[in-house]
Design a protein around this ligand. Sequence first.
Ligand SMILES: NC(=O)c1ccc[n+]([C@@H]2O[C@H](COP(=O)([O-])OP(=O)(O)OC[C@H]3O[C@@H](n4cnc5c(N)ncnc54)[C@H](O)[C@@H]3O)[C@@H](O)[C@H]2O)c1
Length: 291
Amino acid sequence: MEDLKGKVAVVTGGAGGIGKAICHRFGIEGMRVVVADLDRAGLDETVAELREHGFDATGLVTDVTKRESLDALREGTLEAYGAVHVLCNNAGIANTSFGNVWEHENVDWRWSLEVHLIGVINGCAAFVPWMLESRHEGHIVNTVSGNGGIVPLPASAPYAVAKGAVVTYTECLWAQLRDLDARIGVSLLFPSGYTPGLLNTGIWNQSARPVEFAPSKPKPPRRGLELFMEQTRAAGREVQFTPLEEVADQVAVGIQRDQFWMIAPSDRSDMQIRARAESMIGRHHPTYMKD
Ligand SMILES: NC(=O)c1ccc[n+]([C@@H]2O[C@H](COP(=O)([O-])OP(=O)(O)OC[C@H]3O[C@@H](n4cnc5c(N)ncnc54)[C@H](O)[C@@H]3O)[C@@H](O)[C@H]2O)c1
């Protein structure tokens, strides 16, 4: 989709760091934007900010874990703008439990899988039939992570397992849309940028757990970004940040170029991809997990 101007985009998790940056970029491109998020206060604030910049934005409270909520999002989008061209399935939460894979509670797995994997499945199930029927040019961007999308960090398995599954789901989505000669592009966003560093987003904070995913005993408090920065400084290093605009740039340019793998240039990512592929081809143990 080369021309973004006037197109309608829906961004789940749009009230948070990366999603909000994508909404801003879409606004700059002259797109009409539907911001979808569970966080009503953040949603109102984001929509107000976008409108202050003169962008055409609408906010719809959405829970990606519920299929009916995604159906309502589609209907609300059609009511507001009459079409949908771009869907970014981006909502996410911090890792739900740290430790050994056999020790996490069932709810830890379910919360991560429901938001990250079922959230994407629900988004596509609600929007793709309409997008196909409309015959408009369209594009779907599913946000994953190097953690699970390339090589998992074993300590955060609930997060990594879900993101790995989204990669597989999205490969299947791409192939099936190609079989139909659909005018819908598909991408996997691995959030990072051209400037090396961390992404300063809400995911560093403890996400508020819905009661349906309440653990049987309280979890130890999460190490937030401030604590991480303090510790890094104490070790004599400064934390570097990647501007979120750089992530959003990859999304806008990636859609225009119909780029499936939205992975910023990175020697480290390339090394991990090669190490994993070579381990499989050589039938070796996954020693890249220990590097
Ligand atoms: N920040 C990073 O370093 C990083 C790295 C790789 C991947 N990601 C991924 O990027 C995406 C965006 O995360 P972020 O870093 O901007 O975090 P963030 O916390 O700033 O934003 C995530 C947003 O998702 C919303 N959300 C959570 N559960 C939801 C639900 N059930 N329904 C609807 N919305 C819900 C939150 O309210 C929040 O606004 C996530 O998928 C995350 O896994 C982030």
